[in-house]
Write a protein that binds this ligand. Sequence first.
Ligand SMILES: *[C@@H]1O[C@H](CO)[C@@H](O)[C@H](O)[C@H]1NC(C)=O
Ligand SMILES: *[C@@H]1O[C@H](CO)[C@@H](O)[C@H](O)[C@H]1NC(C)=O
Ligand SMILES: *[C@@H]1O[C@H](CO)[C@@H](O)[C@H](O)[C@H]1NC(C)=O
Ligand SMILES: *[C@@H]1O[C@H](CO)[C@@H](O)[C@H](O)[C@H]1NC(C)=O
Ligand SMILES: *[C@@H]1O[C@H](CO)[C@@H](O)[C@H](O)[C@H]1NC(C)=O
Ligand SMILES: *[C@@H]1O[C@H](CO)[C@@H](O)[C@H](O)[C@H]1NC(C)=O
Ligand SMILES: *[C@@H]1O[C@H](CO)[C@@H](O)[C@H](O)[C@H]1NC(C)=O
Ligand SMILES: *[C@@H]1O[C@H](CO)[C@@H](O)[C@H](O)[C@H]1NC(C)=O
Length: 445
Amino acid sequence: MFKTALLPLIIALIGGSRQAQACGRHPRWDRRGESKLSSRQATDESSAANSTDPSYECLWYSYQPVLDIKGNYPAQYTIAIIQANDTEAQSVFATINATLNSKLPNDVPHGSPTTGPVGVSYSPTDPDCWWSYNLCTTPDSSTGLPADITILPEPMTWGLAFDDGPNCSHNALYDYLQEQELTATLFYIGSYMFDWPLQALRGITDGHEICVHTWSHKYMTALSNEEAFAELWYSRKAIKDLLGVTTQCWRPPYGDVDNRIRTIAQALNLTTIIWYYDTFDWEEGTNGVTSATVDSNYQGIIDRASNGTFATHGPIVLNHELNNFTMSEFIKYAPAIKSALRAVVPFATALNIPQPYADSDITFPTFADRNSKSSTTTNGTTGSGSGAVDGSASPSGSSVSGQASTAAQSGTKAKSAASPLRDRAGYGVLEMLLVITLLIIGTWG
Ligand SMILES: *[C@@H]1O[C@H](CO)[C@@H](O)[C@H](O)[C@H]1NC(C)=O
Ligand SMILES: *[C@@H]1O[C@H](CO)[C@@H](O)[C@H](O)[C@H]1NC(C)=O
Ligand SMILES: *[C@@H]1O[C@H](CO)[C@@H](O)[C@H](O)[C@H]1NC(C)=O
Ligand SMILES: *[C@@H]1O[C@H](CO)[C@@H](O)[C@H](O)[C@H]1NC(C)=O
Ligand SMILES: *[C@@H]1O[C@H](CO)[C@@H](O)[C@H](O)[C@H]1NC(C)=O
Ligand SMILES: *[C@@H]1O[C@H](CO)[C@@H](O)[C@H](O)[C@H]1NC(C)=O
Ligand SMILES: *[C@@H]1O[C@H](CO)[C@@H](O)[C@H](O)[C@H]1NC(C)=O
Ligand SMILES: *[C@@H]1O[C@H](CO)[C@@H](O)[C@H](O)[C@H]1NC(C)=O
């Protein structure tokens, strides 16, 4: 009886979590037919950058370099697959697939590409270091995989990034960044780049660091090996074909990554960058998250700058170029961020990677260069460029693929949208303990 009564509670705890982890509902642009092209005459980066009126900025245009390469890519907004005549991708993938099948045979797709880890059976020992399950970012050392980057090695340093671009209406934001002499890391979605290639070009022209945010913004751990590979391959390729550089960093949509996906990313030389603080800007207007919630999230991170939280490291903060609200919200808090922290820099700078692209001599200032004007006595670890400083304890480490008990139904930890800003460390553990406790009580009952 008791057991039955507890089940809905457990399910509610679990079910409530998923939305809160998403890193962005991004409105889909209807795929428009080529016949509707040429509503405006933007032909180069500067002509696309000259307006801050979204009704002009977001007019469709035709761009020959996109038309020239489109045939080599998957359809926009669909889960990517390797193209039939892409022999290069096929051969790179074959090697990766063989590695996966020998190294991680039990790490199979979890959940759904569009709704994520809802109601999934999964071992509570988290053998795959699945972020969406328990915010795991440190794979067991036996995998040979590096930890995901979640914080920065430099103290009092804000890692500035925007997810989900390029946004057709981002000129006001990019103008602001330019005026303030700020550069950021931009996690671009491949399908969006094909719609707004000149906006993407502005990103690199302005000196921002461009990283991969996949082809179609799905939950990566739900995809097959081939699909996950293709999501990374074709978005990395879009950055190369349209912007001329081979990027070496990516961020999983919704943070959804596990060892299988990390292995694919690593084989493509893509460093996995998650975040530590979520502003929840992407969720504004839904699930009880209001603009006041997002305000208090930004303020809460800024306040930590004065209480010693960032004495030995810098925060990586999740925010978006998703819509007017998310972009305006950053602009609103930027002055406070700049005055509270010592530096506001893209990850290439914060991690001391002066040449972040594999095939380009575009350089970013190192942290020391960037920061030479400010004097500071606190100095944390030096940036290695790859390691996270985020603890060394690894979860379980065993590859027990437990039975799908009721406990295994749990899937994800609970997270309340009402208090979205929570230090990442530890909180999944507390909530899992609660679920486990309830299950134990339920079993006794
Ligand atoms: C922006 O550039 C386009 C193309 O050159 C031009 O038609 C348009 O009038 C310009 N808009 C502004 C606000 O300067
Ligand atoms: C691959 O095939 C598509 C048509 O299916 C074509 O548009 C494209 O140019 C081909 N690419 C290469 C590299 O041959
Ligand atoms: C990749 O490996 C999976 C098994 O994990 C297999 O089903 C699939 O056919 C392989 N794909 C290719 C292209 O070899
Ligand atoms: C960009 O932002 C506008 C709001 O300014 C929004 O309507 C649009 O859907 C966004 N997305 C893209 C991909 O441009
Ligand atoms: C990854 O980097 C190595 C070393 O530079 C290079 O040899 C390899 O081709 C790269 N792999 C891919 C898929 O780009
Ligand atoms: C700083 O403030 C935050 C938020 O109140 C708190 O969680 C954290 O423990 C504080 N850190 C220190 C070092 O006082
Ligand atoms: C948001 O919209 C307002 C009103 O249209 C506009 O003035 C402002 O520039 C926009 N902000 C951003 C960051 O796009
Ligand atoms: C921190 O110390 C290291 C080693 O002494 C040095 O290389 C680095 O430039 C310093 N960083 C800053 C921001 O001063």
